[in-house]
Design a protein around this ligand. Structure first.
Ligand code: KMH
Ligand code: ZN
Length: 277
């Protein structure tokens, strides 16, 4: 592995715009952020959208406009979140796939999520996986805990490889209720990932203060990186994150130090089996 896929997750569904004014919530803010992050070295954008009051939404019209706007304004691979917020019903989360993204997330199990529960039933996961196969959408399997990798093994064994034939997982570490954001936990995951189909790739993100340890561990274990204000709001002790660009720039710096420079969107497409534009 010679390069690094850098995914930016700029918005998420958890933070409020009033608390975090730098959070991109309108399509114009999201597109401007995505453009700047692409110029810095990001190749995928993981997208959650907001309504006119900056609340999380899975509105179909807005999702379609967002996919179109990001495609027009950037060369990034557009990955819609099918996770939404912990309050979104399964039907709305499945309908995210109707908005025509190139990639979408697919979380591999239920996890406590702070004081809430992020529900991902087996039948729902199977629905997401098989619909993505049918529609030519490349999944990113989101893993919040070790056993979810075993569920992924079961899913692939029963229902086959995803569209494009390549398996890519994203370790979301340090969620209160999920696995810890530590090098030891990342290495444990990496050992299980070795039992997935040959060539399986992984990226990792650490929530909050686990951001740096997870980033460094992932680079040294041959993994890729996800960064952004969905996951991290503090840059260093007492220093709030100023922008998504600040987080992407830091990730690019670490990737270059590790002699694994950022992959372009075209290179990332080739690696992950996402068709060329
Ligand atoms: N907002 C979280 C409850 C995803 O994007 O697929 C779920 C999440 C995962 O962010
Ligand atoms: Zn997300």
């Amino acid at each position: 592995m010679t390069g690094t896929v850098i995914t930016v997750a700029p918005t998420g569904a958890e933070s409020k715009k009033v608390d975090v004014p730098a959070l991109p919530v309108t399509l114009a803010e999201l597109t401007a952020t995505a453009k700047e992050c692409e110029a810095l070295g990001a190749s995928i954008v993981h997208v959650h959208i907001r309504d006119e009051d900056a609340r999380p939404t899975l509105d179909q019209g807005r999702l379609r406009d967002t996919v179109a706007g990001l495609r027009e304004g950037t060369g990034l691979i557009v990955q819609l979140s099918s996770g939404g917020s912990v309050h979104d019903p399964e039907s709305d989360r499945l309908a995210v796939l109707d908005a025509g993204p190139e990639m979408a997330s697919c979380t591999m199990g239920t996890v406590n999520f702070g004081d809430d529960v992020f529900l991902n039933r087996w039948e729902f996961i199977v629905d997401l996986h098989t619909r993505m196969q049918e529609r030519g959408i490349v999944p990113e399997y989101e893993i919040f805990d070790l056993g979810q990798l075993t569920s992924l093994q079961r899913l692939l064994g029963k229902y086959g490889l995803p569209f494009g034939g390549h398996v890519h997982v994203d370790l979301v570490m340090g969620v209160p209720g999920g696995m810890p954001g530590t090098a030891a936990a990342l290495v444990a995951c990496e050992r299980v990932i070795r039992d997935l189909p040959e060539g399986t790739t992984f990226s990792a993100t650490g929530i909050g203060r686990s951001s740096l340890p997870v980033m460094l561990a992932s680079l040294s274990a041959g993994g890729h990186l996800r960064v952004g204000m969905e996951d991290t709001l503090t840059y260093a002790k007492g220093r709030p994150v100023e922008s998504n660009m600040q987080l992407v720039a830091r990730a690019v710096g670490f990737a270059q130090l590790a002699q694994r420079p950022p992959l372009t969107p075209a290179q990332t497409r080739e690696l992950l089996g996402v068709p060329a534009r």
